[in-house]
Each structure stands twice: as structure tokens, then as C-alpha cells.
Ligand binder design. Structure first.
Ligand code: F6R
Length: 608
């Protein structure tokens, strides 16, 4: 993870770098730093903690200089403190890095044997020393950087600055994204185009293995072999959408409330309301009719959206789905029939494990489809077909609106698949389209339950453990509820298939254990009631998220209910996601945690 920035400007760059880093804080926020060069002297300010600490330090002790680099960190090697914060220096070299250098131990030993002293515990510092050693051996800065880069194994996006050069930054990419921005007599680089949005929307993306020699007036890009290559300039769309919190206390609250609108936009992209059918599947490189199965790969919340989709594809379209978390999938060496369909679900489009899974599937001759929120991301660019989610920028680290937009896309794809495979007829498709189009209206109604959910959350703020249960599509929702709660409130929570309760987790139930049950009144509601009885008999405190019918049929005393309107089954995952997000949100607010930037997490996970 981590975010990196570099600017070769014609005005003081430290404030500009901090501005860009603010836009990258979603990638990590445990420490930050800026280095600039003036009069052949490299200087830096670094600070532990959020970017605001760095700003305070820079205000007290400003940095001048019209060329500089900056970094916001998510610690991998070495604790988050000032010494481990980037930029790292070695004699005449300053450097910022996003990624992990896997062979850093052997490089470190080699450099120590060569007389280099290490100030930090990071993997990054080896790169600075490697470049420095090549400079001392007489290479020019660009060649020194290239020679050092060739020694690196692992993932990196780098920006390197040199004492002797006030018009040069060398950048390199192997894994994590790197965008180069073109300005008027200025050049910029950043981990994404949004970081550079205040300066330019003309962007060149480096490809894997590329390294670039950037100067005010031009840039040269080389591939891993050292051959000069051309990479297109693109106009970045949407980078102006740097958002604020509006009247909301947190981005997460704002993003939860945006859901009726963004679910609506996303559905409208895939549904032809006039014809009452799923649109946009005619021009893609595959046909669901010809598929024997679909493989879905993703991480975290996006993986749970995929798990919901497994139920939909299998039930609605009679199409088997294999699904796995990307960190496992990428190493499983799954045998795959050529011309199958592999779907990747990702908000950021940069998740390292998901990207590695995609590349594996590409080698296996799969059609690659990506359900992705960031249209200019690496995963979007490497896919055959992009199915965009129209969630807009998601800033809160805990994913909310991206999740329900992913579900919206997947529901449409499952219905489209059912039609292509001849499982549903035109009238059934039209009926399902009408049902899907109701999702934004129901989502708006659920938002009105905020005060009641906030009240319930007050009680949860004092507990140590919580269990979430659900069946069918409510099982992945139970896992999503638990994930949301633990990541922002730090309360231990587990999501289980309700039927699995008696196979182990029931041992946890006593009077101190709240159990959140997600169960709209559907065909298997009665089965979930039996599980609730088992919880109640052992003193567990049930919070049931259901509808009127479910509430009236639960038949359990001492139960708390969050009652949603009755709605078609296909949209329940989209709509029931909201109360579980709200429950986690209000619990975290009562506990006083940093909701938008919870500890140890980052929004975009570009390391494995
Ligand atoms: C949880 C959350 C994460 C992400 C996961 C995948 O709230 O946001 O679990 O879902 O890191 O990220 P993307 O979707 O960017 O691939």
C-alpha cells in the first residue's frame, strides 16, 4: 500500500506534495514524509501518525525547493515511527516506495558487508543504498537507478531524487500503480490520478516493468529490458470528483446515505427499463449460454459480494460458480478449461492479490471480466470486459456503497445469464427487472431507521464479541456485517451460516453474547427461527433484522428487531446491507474510533 508523490515544479513544492498526499491517505496513514532539494541539498520532514502531524511539522519548519517527493505509509517492514517513515536517504539519494522488496534481507546483508549503515528497519532503505552505490561506482543517476531496480524482487512503485539533479526524478513500477502527470513546465507523479487532480488531468500510466526518466520538459519511458517505449497520454476522468463530507460527520456515513442514488445509477447502467431487460451483454466476448461455470475472485468485502452472486448465478441461471479469496486462488494452480469466464470484483481495481489472480486466469485462456469502481485502475485496464460500478469515489476505508453497487451489477449479470441460458423467459426477466428497479426506493426507506439502529448500537458498544448469522444470500451478508463491525469498532465479530451454529459456534453463546440474525421472511425463514431458538435457549441476545412477517413469526421473547419493508427476495442482499453497515457505523461512533481511517487498515491493498 502506501501512497507516493513526486513533483518537478517551478514553484515551492512541499505544500503541493502535502495536498497530493491528502488524496492518497486512503492508501495508508501511519506516518508520512516529504523531501525536497534546494541548492544541491536534500532535506526532509517526517512525522509519525496522520498527515496532519506532518503538516504541523512543516508549518513549524517549512521546506523550500521546487522539486520534491512525498509518501504516506502503511507499515509493512518496521513499526510506524518517524525513523521508518519515507523518504529514505542514502548519501546523494532520496527515495519513496510503495510495495514490498522480497529479497531485501540478502540485499541488506550485501550492503552492510559493503559498509552501508541502515537507519531504519524498512525494506525500502536497501533501494536507496543500492542506487547510491551505483552512483559512487560512476554511473549517471538514471543508469544508477536502473541498475539498482534490476536487483529488486517484489512489488514496487518508486520515485527517486538525486542531490546533483534539480531537474530529475526517476520513477519505476513493478506491481503497484504509478501515474505520471503532465503540466505546464511541471511534471508530477503519483500513486493514482486523483492525487494529481489539482495539477493536471493529462496522465501517462506506467506499465509493469517500466521505469521513467522525468524532467520538467519531457519524460522518457523504458521497459524492463531498457528499451525505450511509448505509453499513451490519457485524459483522466472523474479526478475532479475529490469529494468532501458534506453535512456528514464521516465519509462512511455519507457513503451509506448515497446508496439509494448510486445503486440506482448502477442499475440504470445495466437495465433497459423501457424494454424491461438486462442490457449490455450483447457486445461482450463471451456468452453465458456457452459457459460451464464461472470463476469469481476477490478480496474482503468484494469477495462477499461475489459470494452473494454465487447464490444468484446458481439459483437464477443454473450456472455453477467457483469462488475464492484472491490470496488463496492465486497460488492454488486451479486447472481451468480454456474460454471459461473469470470475474474479478474490486472497488480500487488495484488489489495485488486480485490482480495476480487475473493474470493467472489470463494465462489459462479465460475471458476476463472485472466489476470495478475505479475505471482507470490496473485491473480495469487488464480486463477484456469492464462492468463498472457507478458508486463514485469511496473514501471511507470500510466499503459500503461499492459493495451494494457490486451487488447491483452482479444481480443484473445473473439475470442476463439466466436469459441467455434460456432459464427464464422474457416475462420472467421483465418481472425481475421491475423488482431490481425497486432497490433504491427500499434502500431510502431503510435509511430512515437510523435513530433506531443508533439506539441498538449504543448497547453493542460495550460488548466484546458478536456473532452474525444468516442463510442463503444472508450468509455472506452475515460475514459482511461481522467484517464491517470488526474493522471500524474493533469488536470481535464472526459471521456464520446459521445452520453451522450447532457445529461449533454455539459453544460461545451465553448471556453476554449478542447474535445478529439477518433473516427476511423467505422460504427458509423457519429454519433460521430454529437457530434463533437455540440461541435464545442459551441466553444469547438476539437482534433480528427482518420484515413485518418475519418479526411476527419469530415467536421468541426478549428479541430486538430491526424491521425492514417487505421486498422481492432478489433485492434483499442490496437492501439488508444497509442496516448492517449502519449498525457497525453507529457502534464505532459510540466507541469513538476513527471511523474513516480505522487502525492498521488501508483502502487500497497493493501488497500481498
Ligand atoms: C472492507 C474492505 C476490504 C476490501 C478489500 C478489497 O470494508 O473495504 O475488505 O473490500 O480490501 O478491496 P478492493 O475492492 O479494492 O479490491
Amino acid at each position: 500500500m502506501c501512497g507516493i508523490v513526486g513533483i518537478i515544479g517551478n514553484r515551492p513544492v512541499a505544500p503541493l506534495i502535502v495536498d497530493a498526499l491528502k488524496r492518497l491517505e486512503y492508501r495508508g496513514y501511519d506516518s508520512a514524509g516529504v523531501a525536497t532539494l534546494e541548492g544541491n541539498i536534500l532535506d526532509r520532514r517526517r512525522a509519525e501518525g496522520k498527515l496532519v502531524n506532518l503538516e504541523t511539522r512543516l508549518n513549524a519548519d517549512p521546506l523550500s525547493g521546487i522539486i520534491g517527493i512525498g509518501h504516506t505509509r502503511w507499515a509493512t517492514h518496521g513499526v510506524p515511527n518517524e525513523t521508518n517513515a519515507h523518504p529514505h536517504f542514502s548519501d546523494d539519494v532520496a527515495l519513496v516506495h510503495n510495495g514490498i522488496i522480497e529479497n531485501f534481507r540478502e540485499l541488506r546483508e550485501e550492503l552492510i558487508a559493503d559498509g552501508y549503515n541502515f537507519a531504519s528497519q524498512t525494506d525500502t532503505e536497501v533501494i536507496a543504498h543500492l542506487v547510491s552505490r551505483e552512483l559512487k561506482a560512476g554511473k549517471n543517476p538514471a543508469d544508477a537507478a536502473h541498475t539498482a531496480i534490476l536487483r529488486l524482487e517484489g512489488a514496487f512503485a518508486l520515485a527517486i531524487m538525486f542531490c546533483s539533479e534539480d531537474n530529475l526524478i526517476v520513477a519505476a513500477r513493478n506491481g503497484p500503480p504509478l501515474a505520471i502527470g503532465h503540466g505546464e513546465g511541471e511534471m508530477y507523479l503519483g500513486s493514482d490520478a486523483i492525487a494529481l487532480a489539482p495539477f493536471t488531468n493529462v496522465i501517462t500510466y506506467l506499465e509493469d516493468g517500466d521505469w521513467a526518466v522525468i524532467r520538467r520538459e519531457d519524460m522518457k519511458i523504458f521497459d524492463a529490458s531498457g528499451a525505450s517505449v511509448e505509453r499513451a497520454k490519457q485524459f483522466s476522468v472523474g479526478s475532479h470528483l475529490m469529494v468532501d463530507k458534506g453535512n456528514h460527520r464521516h465519509f462512511m456515513d455519507k457513503e451509506i446515505h448515497e446508496q439509494p442514488e448510486v445503486i440506482g445509477h448502477t442499475l440504470a447502467h445495466y437495465l433497459d427499463f423501457a424494454e424491461q431487460r438486462v442490457s449490455g451483454l450483447d457486445d461482450v466476448s463471451f456468452n453465458f449460454k456457452e459457459l460451464e461455470r464461472v470463476t469469481i475472485t476477490a478480496c474482503g468485502t468484494a469477495y462477499l459480494a461475489g459470494m452473494v452472486a454465487k447464490y444468484w448465478f446458481e439459483h437464477l441461471a443454473r450456472l455453477p460458480v467457483d469462488i475464492d479469496v484472491a490470496s488463496e486462488f492465486r497460488y492454488r494452480e486451479v486447472p481451468m478449461n480454456k474460454d471459461g469466464l473469470s470475474l474479478f470484483i474490486t472497488q480500487s481495481g488495484e488489489t495485488a492479490d486480485t490482480l495476480a489472480g487475473l493474470r493467472y486466469c489470463r494465462e489459462q485462456g479465460q475471458h476476463i471480466g472485472a466489476i470495478v469502481n475505479v475505471r482507470e485502475s490496473t485491473i480495469a485496464r487488464e480486463s477484456d470486459v469492464v462492468f463498472p460500478t457507478l458508486a463514485g469515489p469511496e473514501i471511507g476505508v470500510a466499503s459500503t456503497k461499492a459493495f451494494t453497487c457490486q451487488l447491483s451489477v452482479l444481480a443484473c449479470l445473473a439475470v442476463g445469464a439466466a436469459r441467455q441460458r434460456g432459464i427464464i423467459n422474457t416475462e420472467q426477466e421483465a418481472q425481475t427487472v421491475r423488482e431490481l428497479s425497486e432497490a433504491p426506493r427500499f434502500a431510502s426507506q431503510v435509511l430512515k431507521l437510523g435513530p433506531q439502529i443508533e439506539q441498538l448500537a449504543r448497547e453493542l458498544a460495550n460488548v466484546k464479541h458478536i456473532l452474525y448469522l444468516g442463510r442463503d444470500t444472508n450468509y455472506p451478508l452475515a460475514m459482511e456485517g461481522a467484517l464491517k463491525l470488526k474493522e471500524i469498532s474493533y469488536i470481535h465479530a464472526e459471521g456464520y451460516a446459521a445452520g453451522e451454529l450447532k457445529h461449533g459456534p454455539i459453544a460461545l453463546i451465553d448471556e453476554t453474547m449478542p447474535v445478529v440474525v439477518i433473516a427476511p421472511h423467505d422460504q427458509i425463514f423457519e429454519k433460521t427461527v430454529s437457530n434463533m431458538q437455540e440461541v435464545a435457549a442459551r441466553g444469547g441476545k438476539i437482534i433480528l433484522i427482518t420484515d413485518e412477517k418475519g418479526a411476527s413469526k419469530a415467536g421468541i421473547d426478549e428479541i430486538k428487531t430491526i424491521i425492514l419493508p417487505e421486498m422481492p427476495t432478489i433485492i434483499t442482499p442490496l437492501v439488508y446491507a444497509l442496516p448492517i453497515q449502519m449498525l457497525a457505523y453507529y457502534t464505532a461512533v459510540h466507541m469513538g474510533t476513527d471511523v474513516d481511517q480505522p487502525r492498521n487498515l488501508a483502502k487500497s491493498v497493493t501488497v500481498e
